[in-house]
Ligand binder design. Structure first.
Ligand code: T46
Length: 139
């Protein structure tokens, strides 16, 4: 189903000093960025995520190293291996996500459409499936 997750390609400027990638709010991101956060010092056997959001949209990048992100709309799953700092995964609202298989020293950066709000989280999978189903019926 379109809208579940989408790859975002960022530009890169390469010269003998290395690579430079940039993100422009209105240009590369389909929402106003309200928050940036990053995950680091992640143990290689850690599992993160395991929830969905009612309203939050996010773009997830592997700035360094790699990890797997599995997205689920309540009916099917898609898997992305992030390892290129120029490529992010845009995750829509009402999508369950799980992250694992972090490489040593991986750094995950996330651009988010809203400030942190625990009330926006759905942390129970069955509740997520019911909520996603209801939203689909209303659309
Ligand atoms: C997601 C994945 C990729 C804050 O206080 N502020 C914040 O901005 C965030 C993101 C978290 N927190 C607190 C809430 C928890 O007490 O940090 C703790 C760990 O958060 P959480 O268990 O949600 O972390 P992850 O890595 O499982 O999930 C996070 C995001 O919450 C989530 O939206 O998509 O990263």
């Amino acid at each position: 189903m379109p809208g579940m997750a989408k790859l975002i390609d960022l530009p890169v400027v390469t010269d003998p000093r290395g690579d430079l990638t940039f993100v422009e709010g209105k240009n590369h991101v389909p929402f106003d960025i309200a928050r940036v956060y990053y995950l680091y010092n992640v143990p290689v056997d850690a599992e993160r995520g395991g929830h969905a959001h009612k309203e939050l949209q996010q773009i997830v990048f592997a700035l360094s190293g790699s990890f797997r992100i599995t997205v689920d709309d309540g009916t099917r799953q898609e898997e992305y291996w992030l390892r290129d700092p120029r490529k992010g995964v845009l995750i829509d609202r009402l999508i369950w996500r799980e992250m694992d298989r972090f490489s040593q020293g991986a750094v995950c950066m996330v651009l988010a459409s809203h400030s942190y709000d625990e009330a926006d989280y759905i942390r129970d999978y069955d509740e997520f499936v019911r909520t996603a189903q209801l939203a689909l019926e209303k659309s």
